[in-house]
Design a protein. Structure first.
Length: 100
């Protein structure tokens, strides 16, 4: 799995135009890593009857924060400047040297 995390907005754009295979090709991966926060954001449109989230889920794998990443996540959330999903991505990327 590559060291790239995408947010729900980017994933949704590609899914809506049925371009998830293109995104996987660009990033050279079979499964796109997503955080649990992004997964939760993607699930919301399903409750309203939209089908595009299924295209994301089909090519993604949810990764979890490591214990050392939760500290940065909590600090970011307490600052209140970013969403939980964004704070999770920032914490993971900063600790793992990934791009987000």
């Amino acid at each position: 799995m590559r060291g790239v995390l995408l947010d729900a907005d980017i994933l949704s754009l590609f899914a809506k135009v049925d371009a998830m295979p293109l995104l996987c090709e660009i990033l050279k991966c079979d499964k796109l890593p997503i955080t649990s926060g992004v997964f939760n954001e993607i699930m919301v449109p399903l409750t309203y009857g939209y089908e595009f989230p299924n295209r994301i889920i089909a090519v993604s794998k949810t990764i979890l924060m490591r214990s050392e990443e939760t500290h940065d996540f909590e600090i970011l959330r307490l600052e209140g400047k970013v969403s939980a999903a964004d704070a999770e991505m920032i914490a993971i990327c900063s600790h793992r040297g990934w791009v987000g």
